[in-house]
Unconditional design. Structure first.
Length: 79
């Protein structure tokens, strides 16, 4: 099966790709901002590893969702 170029895709296919990229970018921004605002003890696993993964791994939105669901701990109370 030959790869199609952008111009060969239907408008619906182009729109779907753009929408998926926008959702992925939004999830990455949300997860990255959340990660940056947390202390190390509020994250399951090393912060640097989550940050690297969120920045470099192309996961079509899966990795940011995994971080938001299982990568965060409840805020540690300071009293």
């Amino acid at each position: 099966m030959a790869r199609k170029s952008w111009k060969d895709l239907s408008p619906t296919a182009r729109g779907s790709i753009v929408a998926a990229a926008a959702v992925d970018a939004g999830l990455r921004a949300w997860a990255g901002a959340d990660l940056a605002s947390r202390r190390g003890e509020e994250v399951n696993g090393p912060k640097w590893l989550w940050g690297t993964g969120l920045a470099l791994v192309n996961s079509a939105g899966v990795l940011p969702v995994v971080y938001l669901v299982v990568g965060r701990r409840k805020a540690v109370s300071s009293h």
